[in-house]
Design a protein around this ligand. Structure first.
Ligand SMILES: NC(=O)c1ccc[n+]([C@@H]2O[C@H](COP(=O)([O-])OP(=O)(O)OC[C@H]3O[C@@H](n4cnc5c(N)ncnc54)[C@H](O)[C@@H]3O)[C@@H](O)[C@H]2O)c1
Length: 362
């Protein structure tokens, strides 16, 4: 397949526009149609695209364009289930934003009805594609640090941004913070441990953010800080520390993976820090000299989004998979499992108990 991959985008809010800016940097891809129910979002998007682009307010119309190779679904979480179901009728490739759905039962429905799907369904787990994290994964796979035992992920960042119609202020729309935001981290834990979660314990609250906001008489109900511990079937344990009122952090995410012989650590610079590079540090127990690998991201790629270049690198892999008939690197099941852990963590906080994953997934 030598022609450009033709994309249709559903949802042109913040993330839809990040996809567009990144696809614009890729020679072998082009966007031929967009759809959004909000005129403002469409207007803000037009300047990123050619004049001959097809624009629809009803996403059902975009599914009728036969020349499109791949659809991106970047609408609010609670709409993914319905839109993916309709997209499945096209038999085209689909990249759906995380979380796959806001509820695990909706993810399960999609998994059931798409088992024979002839094209790629890829859940957008951008964090896998952040260059320092990619480098860390490469180092883990060398197995120099021995048998993995523990991993920790810390995210210290700014509060949730404003979204169209403020959909992200309520758990019912997002699945809750530990589904909406932290599915990325549970996905990374599964990728690193190569295992499934067996039980989850979490403690968290809405301590600071959005408490003075009100929408139709309702105050937002999304937590902004948490500790989550995830035990995996193969004995590795993971921890997540989330704080969403920590704007002035140099590193937005810090990751550390520890094995029987050493550890690997890295960080993802916060956008506001202006840093385009970070180190991956490999420290072995029997050596006084840690090895450090510097990872630098091209400034044009950094400028095309808010996820440290990951959207660009994810699209390169998505396109490669389409062109070479490969399986998706982030499958619908990966998306589902990450939602399941997030949902378990939310339930653990509500009920103040350890949640066994078999309560959700047999
Ligand atoms: N991978 C990441 O790191 C990352 C980051 C941010 C957002 N996201 C995900 O991307 C998705 C969109 O988030 P966002 O930040 O762009 O939100 P947003 O509110 O900025 O944009 C969502 C857009 O979808 C449109 N929309 C809503 N219903 C629609 C429908 N039925 N048909 C067509 N358009 C519709 C809205 O009008 C809006 O323009 C969410 O699932 C979110 O979780 C992922």
């Amino acid at each position: 397949m030598n022609q450009k991959i033709k994309y249709g985008i559903i949802g042109t809010g913040l993330m839809g526009r990040e996809h567009i800016s990144n696809i614009n940097l890729i020679e072998e891809a082009e966007i031929i149609a967009i759809s959004d129910t909000c005129e403002n979002s469409l207007n803000e998007t037009k300047s990123l695209l050619n004049n001959d682009i097809k624009i629809y307010s009803d996403y059902n119309q975009i599914f009728n364009i036969n020349e499109i190779d791949a659809f991106i679904i970047a609408t609010p979480n609670f709409t993914h289930n319905e839109i993916v179901k309709k997209a499945l009728n096209t038999k085209k490739h689909i990249l759906v934003e995380k979380p796959l759905c806001s509820k695990l039962e909706d993810c399960m429905e999609l998994k059931k009805i798409s088992s024979e799907y002839p094209s790629i369904i890829w859940v957008a787990m951008e964090y896998r594609y952040m260059p320092p994290i990619q480098k860390m994964l490469e180092e883990i796979n060398k197995k120099e640090i021995g048998k993995l035992q523990m991993l920790s992920i810390r995210e210290h960042r700014f509060p949730f941004l404003k979204k169209v119609d403020d959909w992200n202020r309520f758990q019912i729309n997002t699945g809750g913070t530990l589904v909406e935001k932290c599915c990325h981290f549970f996905d990374l834990m599964r990728l690193i441990t190569k295992s499934e979660a067996v039980q989850v314990y979490a403690s968290g609250s809405q301590g600071v953010n959005h408490l003075n906001e009100e929408y139709d008489g309702k105050i937002p109900d999304i937590i902004d800080n948490a500790f989550v511990i995830v035990d995996f079937i193969n004995g590795i344990r993971g921890s997540l520390e989330l704080c969403m009122f920590a704007e002035n952090s140099e590193m937005q995410e810090e990751l550390c993976v520890i094995g029987s012989k050493g550890k690997i650590e890295t960080g993802v610079p916060a956008d506001a820090s202006g840093k385009d590079s970070s180190d991956v540090r490999i420290g072995l127990r029997n050596s006084n000299e840690p090895k450090k690998e510097k990872v630098i991201v091209d400034k044009n790629i950094l400028a095309a989004g808010q996820h440290h270049g990951s959207t660009y690198f994810q699209h390169l892999e998505f396109i490669k998979s389409i062109k070479n008939n490969l399986l998706p690197q982030v499958s619908l099941n990966d998306g589902l499992q990450a939602v399941a852990i997030g949902q378990a963590a939310e339930l653990s906080i509500k009920e103040n108990r350890v949640i066994k994953m078999k309560e959700f997934i047999l």
